[in-house]
Design a protein around this ligand. Structure first.
Ligand SMILES: [Zn+2]
Length: 342
């Protein structure tokens, strides 16, 4: 990337109300069959246009074709029964009714590759594509087959690697794995979490990223954050090993978070997607507030490795608010860019 401080989003963007009920996660589709397929493509183009208009440099599909960042991927796999549901605790935080792993998991056909090709046809800008990470996938399931979190994570890593290689061939520039679970299961992260992530990126020539956040701005996550005390040091646990890993980019939550910015020093050498937009509030940041966060991060990240971004996905926000936040992100990045080039 030759542009200084290229902006991007961490993941999802709001869907139009004709596609799915707005301001909700796991929102049901408003259409089905061929009409739904067409509507998803139309929404993807709207989302792309909104990113471009807001000045976002690295664009995405806004996750318009998926209902949820983890479950939609799993729905396309064999070995998981969505009718057989069990209640489990997600990331030690809230109970959810989840599908059951009933046999060997496998990917019979690509999940997002056609969507990625479609996006590639419609933009010359760099594209980032998000996939769930292995550890976050296993945390959203009840496993009645492998009976081992680690074994299942390795299986998913192999499947993700197949998908990632095809996304790369479709013209995706950066493949991102969402691993909010890295902020919760520290021993597993270090024992096998980062290793399975490296299995998922094996053989890729495109850039790779891992997104580690404190979750969408939903009540369960906001309540959990209140229990974390005055300093959030969760990143400290995974960073030393991540710094040694083959992952190119680390995507973090920095705006309005209690993460001490100096923790970023622990991943010195990596590119850092600095979350400078809070997705848990409808207040739109001023460009100056965004710039301020980026300046603080610049103490610990070299300028050519800093990628201004959002804390997390914005699917639960209104389109208007999300648009305002994207514009603030671009304007804030521009302020700091001017300062850097003098
Ligand atoms: Zn996130």
């Amino acid at each position: 990337m030759t542009l200084l401080l290229p902006t991007s989003t961490a993941g999802s963007l709001p869907k139009p109300s004709w596609l799915a009920e707005p301001e909700k996660i796991w929102s049901p589709w408003q259409l089905d069959g061929k009409e739904l397929h067409q509507a998803k493509q139309d929404a993807l183009l709207v989302s792309l246009q909104e990113q471009v208009r807001a000045g976002v440099d690295i664009v995405s599909d806004g996750e318009q074709t998926r209902q949820h960042f983890v479950t939609t991927f799993i729905e396309h796999l064999d070995g998981v029964d969505f009718n057989q549901r069990e209640t489990v605790r997600i990331r030690n935080r809230y109970d959810a009714s989840v599908p059951t792993v009933v046999g060997a998991v496998s990917r019979q056909k690509p999940v997002f590759v056609e969507d990625a090709k479609f996006l590639r046809q419609h933009t010359d800008k760099p594209i980032k594509w998000a996939l769930p990470g292995p550890m976050t996938m296993i945390d959203t399931l009840y496993d009645n087959h492998y009976k081992s979190r680690e074994k299942l994570a390795w299986e998913f890593a192999t499947i993700l690697n197949q998908e990632a290689k095809e996304l790369e061939a479709a013209g995706v520039d950066i493949i991102q794995f969402d691993e909010p679970a890295f902020n919760v299961f520290f021993d597993d992260v270090n024992d096998w979490g980062i290793a399975t992530l490296e299995r998922a990126i094996e053989g890729l020539k495109c850039e790779t990223a891992v997104h580690i956040c404190y979750g969408y701005g939903i009540k369960a996550n906001n309540d959990w954050k209140k229990t974390l005390g005055s300093e959030w040091r969760q990143y400290e646990k995974a960073f030393p090993k991540l710094q040694q890993s083959k992952i190119d980019i680390v995507s973090l939550e920095c705006q309005n978070s209690r993460v001490p910015m100096d923790l970023i020093e622990l991943i010195r050498g990596k590119k850092v997607m600095v979350g400078a937009i809070d997705v848990a509030t409808n207040d739109i940041e001023t460009p100056e507030a965004v710039a301020d966060t980026l300046r603080k991060a610049l103490q610990f990240v070299d300028a050519d490795k800093l990628y201004p971004s959002t804390n997390c996905g914005m699917a639960p926000l209104s389109r208007q608010v999300a648009k305002g936040k994207l514009q603030a992100l671009s304007a804030g990045a521009d302020i700091v860019r001017q300062e850097l080039v003098g």
